[in-house]
Design a protein around this ligand. Structure first.
Ligand code: FEO
Ligand code: CA
Ligand code: CA
Length: 650
């Protein structure tokens, strides 16, 4: 089917912003909300309803036989599998509709120029338009005084990961002036929008007082154990407690107190050096910083010049907390969660109410982390939760080599504490205090022997049983002398990726059991070798490079891909990047959506009734979504509904 946006012109037809009862009490009631249907993406808040640890192995063996627990063959998947596609359009199952919610460049406010397909929008325009390259997103309902969700009104916070210069500027070059850098910074970060439901469909509300851009030039606070440390004192921020902007915002999380977590990923490419002979430290190299820069900001803005402002880069690679309900609030970089190339932040809780955040570091050979707060979440006192992410314990994952089963390896692992004075994190080994451990979390992980992974992308926690899933997207270096295969990363030259699963008795536990929920592969091209994928992968549902990941409230696992879309060779038959849905009970996987030419499918949120799903189409390269003869492609957030009004996927 072709994109159907006849019901959504992205033009605000709604009433003025008249404060409602819902709005007036929202700031209190939203904070007393725990984990009902509105948590989305990979951010699910649980009460600690975990299965005993031996259930995992049992479920795995059941899944391998295509059966659920208790031998049930009932499926959570109620839609027809979609065929692979190479068309420049969005494909969904019969009975589903696809609407545009918002596109790159759509004005957030009245009076802001519309998107111009020739690249001539100014930096000032971009600062008040929806950012580029949509990624992780969360849906924030309003609540009335009885704690009921407003069915027709909500906010969304949506990441804008990076920008494509080919489409951002008229000539398609990397930035060539300070104003170009300003426009690039404006295209990244986060966009907060109000959405309204009209005739059963969610639409973007232009000119809402909640609409906001949190881009690369917006003032930020730095909090937590590393705030104020000498390594965070930059030219513009001598206290080390403030910063400017957020960029390279990959995926996300959502807290039970109604704030948004945005994750800074590939920040290193934003920095360079006008001194090409600059001597980089071990830590700078480990974080991928170099004299050259893929973004070319440093010649025109000194904060990105490592030779002139070396600590500015230490302001990036954090999880940033944003209150979408207060457009005047200052976003906070939460240093207790560690500095690395953050993919997403999957939020859950321990049985006794402490907040847990699972996080992946997306780079070949980097690690998986877990933060456990010191304080318990307090649903009755919003102020008590405001800075809960500033104090806690950061852990890194260490996996054993497992049982060596090539098709379905499983084993156990440990969370190793990254606390100064423990596990060799001492001054003698180069870590003088907790701030240094957090700013150089990667080095600390190496010091304690963390397991090098196949590029950890999103993590998601099952709302049914608390099992944790993580996409390991691919790893071309796996199998090298530097990075041998290991238990959860069992394939050399891992071109397809896998989804790791682990289970803890409680999210505060330091031990876990793991297995691979699936190994992506191509059973048509590789029928007889480990690259055929696991048993739940076949010629009809095969894909590569799982990336975005999230559960709905029924426990369906939604999988988005960011991989090779050539549809040739090892990837023949897979088509464009796509979204799949898995039944964790049975292991069954069906393809739900295929994206248009050149895109990555990333970003996932649901309306609280699970009858609208929001999905992001990032960096399309054809004519999507406007299909103008000489137009530019635009990253787009889609709203997907069922024609019969049913629950998505059921
Ligand atoms: Fe932004 Fe690792 O994806
Ligand atoms: Ca990703
Ligand atoms: Ca990816």
């Amino acid at each position: 089917m072709s994109l159907n946006n006849e019901n959504n012109q992205n033009v605000d037809l709604l009433d003025d912003n008249v404060p409602t009862d819902f709005e007036r009490i929202a700031s209190l009631k939203r904070r007393s909300f725990i984990g009902a249907g509105a948590l989305c993406g990979a951010a699910l808040f649980l009460g600690g309803n975990l299965l005993s640890s031996n259930v995992l192995a049992n479920e795995v063996s059941q899944a391998a036989r295509g059966k659920g627990r208790n031998g049930s063959t009932g499926s959570l998947l109620g839609f027809r599998n979609v065929a692979a596609s190479t068309a420049d359009k969005v494909v969904v199952p019969p009975g589903y509709d696809v609407d545009v919610l918002i596109r790159w460049g759509d004005p957030l406010f009245n009076g802001v120029p519309e998107f111009k397909h020739d690249g001539t929008n100014t930096a000032e325009d971009q600062e008040r338009q929806f950012g580029d390259n949509t990624d992780g997103m969360s849906f924030f309902p309003f609540y009335n005084k009885f704690g009921r969700i407003d069915p027709d009104r909500a906010l969304m916070a949506i990441n804008n990961e990076y920008t494509n210069y080919k489409y951002l500027f008229p000539d398609g070059r990397t930035p060539q002036s300070a104003d170009d850098v300003r426009k690039a910074l404006a295209a990244e970060g986060v966009t907060v929008i109000e959405v309204r439901r009209r005739k059963g469909r969610w639409v973007f509300k232009r000119d809402s007082r909640y609409n906001r851009r949190v881009h690369g030039n917006v003032p930020m606070a730095i909090q937590g154990p590393a705030a104020g440390h000498a390594w965070l004192r930059s030219n513009e921020h001598p206290t080390g407690k403030t910063a400017r902007g957020t960029f390279q915002n990959c995926a996300n999380g959502m807290t039970p107190w109604g704030t948004y977590l945005t994750c800074e990923e590939n920040f290193n490419g934003c920095f360079g050096s006008t001194d090409p002979n600059i001597t980089l430290t071990t830590a700078q190299k480990r974080y991928g910083l170099s004299a050259s820069s893929s973004n070319n900001w440093f010649p025109y803005n000194e904060r990105f010049d490592l030779s002139k402002d070396p600590n500015e880069a230490n302001h990036f690679g954090w999880v940033v907390e944003i209150d979408p309900f207060d457009p005047t609030s200052t976003p906070v970089k939460r240093t207790a969660l560690g500095r690395f190339k953050h993919e997403n932040a999957a939020v859950t809780s321990t049985r006794d109410g402490r907040i847990v955040v699972y996080m992946g570091d997306d780079e070949r050979g980097e690690f998986i982390y877990k933060f456990v707060s010191s304080q318990r979440y307090n649903p009755h006192n919003p102020k008590a939760n405001r800075d809960i992410l500033d104090d806690g314990t950061l852990y890194v994952a260490k996996f054993d080599d497992g049982d060596g089963d090539v098709n379905n390896p499983k084993g156990s692992g440990q969370w190793i504490e990254l606390t100064h004075g423990k596990n060799g994190l001492t001054a003698a080994n180069g870590f003088n205090n907790q701030a240094e451990i957090l700013i150089h979390a990667r080095l600390a992980g190496t010091q304690v022997g963390a397991t090098r992974m196949d590029r950890p992308e999103w993590i998601a926690v099952s709302p049914i049983n608390g099992q944790v899933f993580c996409t390991l997207t691919n790893n071309s270096k796996r199998g090298s002398d530097d990075m041998p295969v290991n238990g959860p990363n069992p394939r050399a030259n891992n071109i397809y990726g896998q989804i790791l699963r682990w289970e803890e008795k409680d999210p505060s536990a330091t031990a876990f059991e793991w297995d691979l929920f699936l190994m992506a592969g191509n059973p048509a091209v590789h029928p007889e070798d480990p690259y055929d994928g696991s048993e739940n992968i076949n010629a009809d549902n095969m894909f590569n490079s799982p990336d975005g990941l999230g559960f709905d409230e029924s426990g369906r696992l939604w999988i988005e891909t960011d991989g090779e879309d050539s549809n040739e060779g090892d990837y023949a038959g897979m088509g464009n990047n796509q979204m799949l849905c898995a039944d964790p009970n049975t292991g069954e996987v069906r393809r739900f959506l295929v994206g248009p030419t050149g895109c990555e499918v990333t970003g996932l949120a649901f309306a609280p009734d699970y009858r609208t799903m929001f999905v992001g189409i990032q960096h399309p390269t054809g004519q999507f979504p406007d299909y103008l003869p000489n137009g530019r492609p635009r990253s787009t957030v889609l709203a997907i509904t069922r024609r019969d009004g049913g629950v998505i996927g059921a």
